[in-house]
Design a binder for this molecule. Sequence first.
Ligand SMILES: Cc1cc2nc3c(=O)[nH]c(=O)nc-3n(C[C@H](O)[C@H](O)[C@H](O)COP(=O)(O)O)c2cc1C
Length: 244
Amino acid sequence: MTLKVLAPMAGVTNGEFCLKMSHYGFDMLTLGGYNIDSSSISAGESILKRGRREFKINIDNYVNVIKDESEFLNVNWDGIVCVNVRSTLSENIINIGNLSSVDVIEINAHCRQRELVDIGCGQALLNNPDFLFNIVSDVIENVDSKVSVKFRANVDGVDDLFIAKSLDNLGCDFIHVDAMMPGVNSADLNLLKKICSSVDCFVIGNNSIVDVNSARKMVAVGCSGISIARKALSGLDDFNIKDI
Ligand SMILES: Cc1cc2nc3c(=O)[nH]c(=O)nc-3n(C[C@H](O)[C@H](O)[C@H](O)COP(=O)(O)O)c2cc1C
């Protein structure tokens, strides 16, 4: 069975939005991405100022906000609750991964907004793999939840296969790959195929899924799961994900 995942969208995918999406047949719904340390919260505030949506959280109450959102989803839905977080501090990530309402903690090595990259967060973690791997190991060792790492593919200077294999060796439960190809509106299926044949853990393929066909192409190259973000914004009434 292919795992169907609602991908994170900061400023959009809170508990209420995720619950609305649940009736489309997702197995896993992702809350966030949430900024959960002082630097990423401050980066998020700058991103908000230039008009992009973000979740606004205080450093004093980030755990409680995410606890409330994940408990709301847990109480009202019986699927897998995932939380995508942006931080370079493993301790803060562990705090979220140990909430009883969180099934999967997802470390964000994906976001490319300048403000986040400038503080070494999101996609910038891929350019500093030892630092990323230290965070991931620490989180895996100390959380009760399962661990996912979401990363953007085809970032300059990054060896995607090395990243995927290393995350697998560290013991990640999920590798969530945004197989984006710069300037192209379709996923990098060749890369996904290489990753899927090189790792043992669950690979969730992401990018440009808009219908059953585009989802099935990801499954055909070996992905155990697929995730959808932008298509969910316009509704999934013309797309029965149960047919994937
Ligand atoms: C408004 C918006 C906000 C997003 N925020 C996040 C985020 O916080 N964390 C993350 O890992 N990905 C984030 N993404 C990326 C999506 O999860 C997904 O990887 C990307 O949109 C490609 O998938 P799609 O073609 O299905 O949209 C965001 C995407 C959008 C459109």
